[in-house]
Design a protein around this ligand. Structure first.
Ligand code: UDP
Ligand code: MG
Length: 326
């Protein structure tokens, strides 16, 4: 009995098929209908499930509603409340930690994602061998200010990550339990979880066209700022993915190029002055160019060294994701 209990914690499966992780930030009107819908679909599909609500510091009555749901659907609701708003990534991270089901499915609280998709997603992960399956909102019900940038981001992300998904940021995704335990969703990285999963060695990433609905209640929580942070995160992903192991390879290469150009320029000027006695060297644009490039080159080198030092110091605690030992 005790052994089983211990084992079930370590091995995550508390004999549960599905965990649905729902980040909630001021979504009071949606929660009742959402839970009802999920319950209807999964009960008729005869799956054991839990819905993990993470209240991300809502200032409306979302948490009271979640407490009502906990009461009404006993055993099917797990809920966590943040003291303040940390953002969707943090909510997902904590939800992932709590999720017990064999398959973990993330879903937005605003009912833009349809619970009807859950059984098929479950099937793809359990029976078709996918580590994760991302939804693809092929037909979107969002303003154009959202859909156009999103197309661009996805194209760049495909190139940078080598993962052929159309819709990285889709809220509706399904994972093997071990995948969500292994990814560390920080900052605003929820947009790029497929990339994080791939970094952990989960390469079997699938895609499923899902129904997307217009928001019925409440308002979108992400404004124009998402463009900037999304773009910066994309840069870090690209950069970290490419140069995480050897920053000096990147900084050093550019450092050498800049230093070489700077040196050659200044040597040319020095020779002109000393040997050919050209005057007015220090008024020439080339003089300033040479100095500037030399300084930039030095800085690139130093940045490379610092980055290598940081990584070196951390490497003792760096954990590699080992899937088996015998
Ligand atoms: N969300 C959250 N914390 C935040 C912002 C959003 O938990 O700081 C949740 C929100 O309640 C919703 C999901 O993340 O369940 C997606 O948010 P939203 O619908 O506003 O994004 P959009 O669909 O407009 O991209
Ligand atoms: Mg939404």
């Amino acid at each position: 009995m005790f052994r089983h209990f211990y084992f079930s914690i370590k091995d995550h499966t508390a004999d549960m098929d599905i965990s649905i992780v729902v980040p909630v930030y001021n979504e009071e009107e949606s929660l009742h209908p959402l839970m009802e819908w999920i319950n209807r679909v999964l009960s008729s599909d005869q799956k054991t499930f839990e819905v993990v609500f993470i209240d991300d510091g809502s200032s409306d009555t979302s948490w009271q509603v979640i407490e009502e749901l906990k009461e009404k659907y006993s055993g099917k609701v797990t809920a966590i409340k943040f003291r303040r708003n940390y953002g969707k990534s943090a909510a997902l991270d904590v939800g992932f930690e709590a999720a017990q089901g064999d398959v973990v499915i993330t879903m937005d609280a605003d009912m833009q994602d349809s619970p009807d998709e859950v059984p098929a997603l479950y099937d793809m992960v359990m029976n078709e061998g996918y580590d994760m399956v991302s939804g693809w909102k092929k037909k979107r019900h969002d303003p154009i200010s959202k859909t156009i940038p999103s197309k661009l981001f996805n194209a760049v992300a495909r190139k940078a990550s080598g993962i052929q998904l159309h819709d990285f940021n889709c809220g509706l995704k399904a994972y093997k339990n071990e995948v969500v335990k292994d990814v560390n969703v920080y900052g605003d990285m929820h947009r790029w979880i497929p990339v994080l999963a791939k970094w952990q060695g989960y390469a079997n990433i699938g895609e499923k066209v899902v129904e997307h609905r217009a928001r019925e209640f409440g308002v979108s929580k992400f404004g124009a700022k998402r463009l900037i942070s999304g773009f910066l995160d994309l840069l870090s992903i690209f950069f970290v993915g490419k140069f995480n192991k050897q920053p000096m390879h990147f900084f050093g290469t550019w450092g050498i190029i800049f230093l070489a150009v700077g040196f050659l320029t200044l040597i040319y000027l020095t020779v002109s002055k000393l040997i050919f006695e050209v005057s007015g060297i220090n008024d020439r644009p080339l003089f300033f160019f040479g100095i500037l490039v030399l300084i930039i080159g030095t800085q690139l080198f130093l940045t490379g060294f610092l980055a290598e030092l940081v990584i070196n110091n951390r490497s003792k605690e760096r954990s590699y994701n080992i899937s088996k030992r015998i």
